[in-house]
Design a protein around this ligand. Structure first.
Ligand SMILES: *[C@@H]1O[C@H](CO)[C@@H](O)[C@H](O)[C@H]1NC(C)=O
Ligand SMILES: *[C@@H]1O[C@H](CO)[C@@H](O)[C@H](O)[C@H]1NC(C)=O
Ligand SMILES: *[C@@H]1O[C@H](CO)[C@@H](O)[C@H](O)[C@H]1NC(C)=O
Ligand SMILES: *[C@@H]1O[C@H](CO)[C@@H](O)[C@H](O)[C@H]1NC(C)=O
Ligand SMILES: *[C@@H]1O[C@H](CO)[C@@H](O)[C@H](O)[C@H]1NC(C)=O
Ligand SMILES: *[C@@H]1O[C@H](CO)[C@@H](O)[C@H](O)[C@H]1NC(C)=O
Ligand SMILES: *[C@@H]1O[C@H](CO)[C@@H](O)[C@H](O)[C@H]1NC(C)=O
Ligand SMILES: *[C@@H]1O[C@H](CO)[C@@H](O)[C@H](O)[C@H]1NC(C)=O
Ligand SMILES: CC(=O)N[C@H]1CO[C@H](CO)[C@@H](O)[C@@H]1O
Length: 886
């Protein structure tokens, strides 16, 4: 949530103080005229290369003094990964701490002879390139653009193929296929109301994948400083990094010449694989800012039940807090005993509860009642201003302080607060966590020299606008590192990144704040949200040891997915944002290794409409994280509010639930090897250039092609079908794709077009259920959708859905060829359900003979129109299974 949402005084918000900022955009200097470096003392030793780099001419000093001498280190870390690092040997510069981003273990160095990409260089001026061993195709090359290395400005520029296919870099509202024509992508965590197109948003992922018909590779720049990444077509397509600190630390990932999945897997080797989430996380989540009291929250739960829409998890935003102070409940509006009643009701109905926790803590040194502040003060865990006092900011409760995630005692503090406030016996027994405002966000306008007055002007905390409920109101009734050199300009560096908030410290913590380990906020700003994420995961694990966590954060850095999931922030109820949500989600799920992702369904800011909400409920059923969330001053948008939306939601959740074990299996796969849970079309059709720009269709898992209607009031959609065989998900009839666009007409407001990709054996639950606990009691069916070669395969993974290390698991492979389906694997986890039936698609004629485990089946059902053979099986799903027809 953001202040604009509930804004009382926009004029105060927009007033940026002019006294603070000598804020200038980078002058149009000819960076290519800089001298660059000359390589000397080049030493090669197997897969390691080192060299000295000396400034190769007159310093250009564009944004500071050029550093005269640098060190180059190149390591072939694996056959698919080369690590290139350029540092200043004379001075210890900031590098992303190991504690936040653990480097991959050096398992030894491989020989370049076995590597599938190679490092190459020129000596003077020094330039580096990476090329594919097999084809000598150049993937990255800094020639002829000199490297620039100054105290607060570092620049690397690579040439790219014309109109290169670049994906990644985030977090942004941009097409998935990034425009290369004059695009600047700025990385600097920012509370970004409305997630405006082309501006820096909450998180930072300096990684891209480049796709060519000859292969896909990836480049990860390990740097947490503010930066601008520029794509340009001037003088040939190029990509330029401009960062205001740290070192040049690049990992080049070879990817593969044939399968884009390989580069995702290699990136997961580097940043960590996604944490698994509990099975229930995939149920429907309902949230909004503006539920006014506990009666309101309870009535939403009841209304979902009455509307027969499977609500899995109820959420509450900051409304529950006493004067917006974290780790408190409002004694009148959300009294603890009634909150506990709500949680008890949810848990007894196999439903869950999640509350928001912000990082900022109300600064109340004179109020002994607010114990969390004092406990933090006693442990001395708050982020400090440059002069050593607590850094003050203004967030929801008024004047606030920030926990310093680098402090040695912060885990003790955070775990303890979670144990106390979220205590199952005495507190609010949450099932997951939601962490927001962790850029960190600050409402104080620069220069913020009087946060107390600003808090008053902004009316923070706001007073409540409704009277408190009767405390006994009935609910659930029947309804209706080392410091930087002093000469560095930490507040206003010479190169001004294109931060949409203006100066670096605007609307966030001051960049001259000092962390407990001496690091300056200037360098580690972009890590705050990800560090809060790991700390919150630790706190949730301490509450429920051994159990998987569902934690949803706003700000992320590479590696975040190993701890948390992500929602795409404060979007707007607009068709444009409904469309953009797919690209945003593909970035996180496919590129950044943060697969538990979704956008606020029906939109957060502004008023949604019935048809937008209906279409969005159905698209949202194919987000990994499915949550309806809404703002304080918007009209209600729970799915039961309109009949069309309720029907749309029921239909789509029905399909999502039937597919849930298929998707759960994909998630387990992602956790195991980094293969994405969502796939852009080009991941599956890498040679089909028509697929490269597509970001309004995607695959849910490997095989379900989702093609939502994308225009307001429209009941038709133009979809691209690659040259392959597909099956309509509803009718199961074959659809031949021709590598062309097809118009689907008559797509009403309760339908979303879905196709099964040929070559798939889909494991489905035979029916949906009211929640995921009930869903797990439904039988399975297998749908066999043969590919062009007549074969099909699939996987199914099942465990208890709760434990990080489940003792028993069931893992089966389904293979179909020549009329024979073979389901085999291990059945360690007892599902207690049966395989009810098997449906074979694209069967040209009624078969003469059908057998299940060698026993002949009488009168199998054959639908000649759709070519579907439906075989009743009804055997316990605890052993291998063979179903064949001839
Ligand atoms: C590296 O190896 C150590 C010791 O085997 C292990 O504790 C650590 O988790 C590993 N780190 C990564 C990033 O894999
Ligand atoms: C490596 O770079 C040198 C200098 O530019 C060039 O002559 C050589 O052809 C390159 N090697 C390969 C295999 O591309
Ligand atoms: C590039 O985009 C910027 C910002 O939108 C604009 O000011 C500039 O004129 C553009 N340059 C070119 C060459 O189009
Ligand atoms: C540190 O600076 C802040 C704001 O500039 C000021 O309010 C505070 O009194 C100072 N603290 C000390 C110990 O000087
Ligand atoms: C709700 O209504 C049902 C059926 O009319 C009844 O059985 C149940 O006791 C009622 N529950 C409450 C809490 O009043
Ligand atoms: C949303 O609708 C409400 C109620 O009709 C109205 O008061 C409000 O101004 C609307 N908001 C916007 C952003 O249009
Ligand atoms: C969609 O229909 C509504 C109601 O008729 C209308 O107000 C709106 O302008 C239409 N939108 C578009 C994009 O045509
Ligand atoms: C919408 O379309 C679906 C699929 O064609 C159909 O089953 C359903 O009855 C339609 N709903 C309405 C209200 O027409
Ligand atoms: C993608 C998109 O439509 N973004 C818009 C969101 O809303 C803000 C205003 O709140 C616009 O500035 C963005 O362009």
């Amino acid at each position: 949530m953001n202040l604009l949402s509930g804004a009382k005084k926009p004029s105060v918000l927009l007033a940026l103080s002019a006294t603070f900022l000598p804020y200038v955009f980078a002058a149009d200097v000819d960076l290519d005229a800089c001298p660059g470096y000359r390589a000397t003392n080049v030493k090669m030793d197997g897969g390691r290369l080192t060299a000295d780099l000396a400034l190769a001419g007159q310093a250009c000093n564009v944004f500071g003094q050029d550093i005269q001498a640098l060190s180059l280190s190149v390591v072939y870390e694996t056959n698919e990964r080369i690590h290139v690092k350029i540092t200043d040997p004379a001075s210890a510069r900031y590098e992303v701490p190991e504690s936040v981003f653990p480097r991959p273990n050096a398992t030894g160095v491989v020989s370049p002879g076995s590597a599938i990409i190679q490092f190459n260089y020129t000596t003077s001026p020094f330039s580096l390139s990476i090329y594919r061993t097999s084809t000598h195709e150049i993937l990255f090359s800094t020639a002829p653009h000199p490297i620039i290395f100054e105290p607060q400005y570092l620049r690397v520029k690579t040439s790219l193929p014309d109109n290169a296919n670049i994906y990644g870099f985030g977090e942004h509202t941009n097409p998935f296929h990034l425009p290369t024509d004059n695009t600047t992508l700025t990385l600097w965590s920012r509370d970004a109301p409305g997630i405006p197109v082309g501006t820096n948003l909450y998180g930072n992922h300096p990684v891209y994948f480049e796709h060519r018909t000859t292969g896909t590779h990836g480049v990860f720049f390990l740097n947490s400083n503010g930066m601008d990444i520029k794509l340009s077509n001037v003088g040939g397509t190029s990509l330029e990094y401009n960062t205001i600190g740290g070192v040049l630390d690049f990992y080049f990932l070879a990817g593969s010449e044939t399968d884009p999945t390989a580069v995702a897997e290699q990136y997961s080797d580097l940043v960590g694989r996604p944490a698994e989430v509990p099975y229930w996380s995939f149920g429907l989540h309902q949230c909004r800012f503006g539920y006014k009291d506990f009666v309101d929250v309870a009535s939403v739960i009841s209304r979902y039940a009455a509307a027969d829409i499977p609500l899995e998890t109820m959420w509450t935003d900051i409304d529950y807090m006493d004067r917006r102070r974290i780790f408190t409940v409002d004694p009148q509006y959300f009294p603890l005993n009634r909150m506990r009643d709500i949680v008890a009701h949810l848990h007894s109905h196999d439903q869950r509860y999640i509350l928001m926790t912000d990082p900022a803590i109300a600064f109340l040194p004179d109020d002994p009642e607010y114990a969390p502040y004092h406990r933090g003060k006693d442990l001395d865990i708050y982020l400090k201003a440059e002069n050593g006092s607590e850094l003050l900011s203004v967030v929801w409760p008024g004047v606030t302080v920030y926990p310093d995630w680098f402090n040695d005692k912060v885990t003790e503090f955070w775990n303890n607060e979670f144990q106390l406030f979220y205590n199952p016996d005495t507190g609010v027994d949450i099932d997951g966590a939601w962490i927001d405002m962790n850029e960190p966000s600050n409402f104080c306008n620069l220069p913020c020299d009087d946060p107390f007055t600003q808090a008053i002007e902004l009316e923070l905390p706001p007073s409540r606008s409704s009277p408190p409920p009767d405390p006994n109101a009935p609910i659930f009734g029947n309804i209706s590192q080392s410091r930087l050199r002093i000469r560095d300009n930490i507040l206003s560096p010479p190169y001004a990144i294109n931060n949409a908030a203006g100066p670096l410290s605007s609307k966030t913590a001051f960049t001259n704040a000092i962390h407990a380990n001496g690091l300056q906020e200037y360098n580690v700003h972009n890590l705050y949200g990800t560090m809060m994420s790991s700390a919150t995961r630790d706190a949730m694990l301490a509450r429920r040891p051994g159990k998987r966590t569902l934690i949803i954060t706003r700000s992320t850095f590479p590696g975040a997915g190993a701890h948390v999931g992500k929602w795409l922030g404060d979007n707007v109820s607009l068709w444009e944002q409904y469309r953009f949500s797919i690209a945003g989600m593909l970035n996180f799920a496919t590129i950044f290794q943060v697969p538990m992702v979704g956008s606020d369904i029906c939109g957060f800011d502004g008023n949604t409409t019935e048809t937008l909400c209906a279409r969005w409920a159905m698209l949202g059923a194919f987000y990994p994280f499915m949550r309806n969330h809404n703002n304080n001053d918007s009209i209600s948008q729970e799915f039961y509010v309109w009949d069309t939306v309720a029907t749309a939601a029921r239909n789509a959740i029905n399909t999502r639930f039937r597919l849930l074990d298929y998707f759960y299996t994909a998630f387990h796969q992602a956790h195991t090897n980094g293969a994405p849970v969502l796939n852009p079309l080009w991941f599956k059709y890498p040679k089909d250039t028509n697929t490269f720009p597509i970001d309004l269709q995607f695959f849910f898992g490997d095989s379900i092609l989702v093609s939502p209607v994308t225009e307001e009031n429209s009941t038709s959609v133009d979809i691209y079908l690659p040259k392959d065989i597909f099956y309509d998900f509803a009718a199961l009839a074959p659809v031949q794709g021709a590598g062309s666009t097809v118009t689907l007409n008559g797509v009403n407001f309760t339908t979303i077009p879905l196709h099964i990709k040929g070559g798939t054996v889909l494991p489905l639950r035979v029916s949906s259920a009211a929640n995921t606990v009930e869903l797990r009691k439904q039988d399975f069916e297998f749908v066999i959708a043969p590919g062009r070669d007549g074969s099909a395969s699939g996987k199914l993974y099942i465990d208890d859905g709760e434990l990080i290390n489940p003792p028993q698991t069931t893992s089966v492979d389904m293979n179909f060829r020549g009329g024979k389906l073979d389901v085999s694997g291990s059945f360690g986890f007892a599902t207690g359900v049966k395989v009810a039936r098997v449906r074979f698609l694209n069967v040209p004629n009624a078969p003469k003979q059908v057998e299940v485990n060698g026993k002949s089946v009488n009168n199998p059902d054959y639908d000649a129109t759709n070519k579907v053979l439906d075989v009743v099986v009804n055997v316990a799903f605890d052993k291998n299974l063979l179903v064949e027809y001839s």
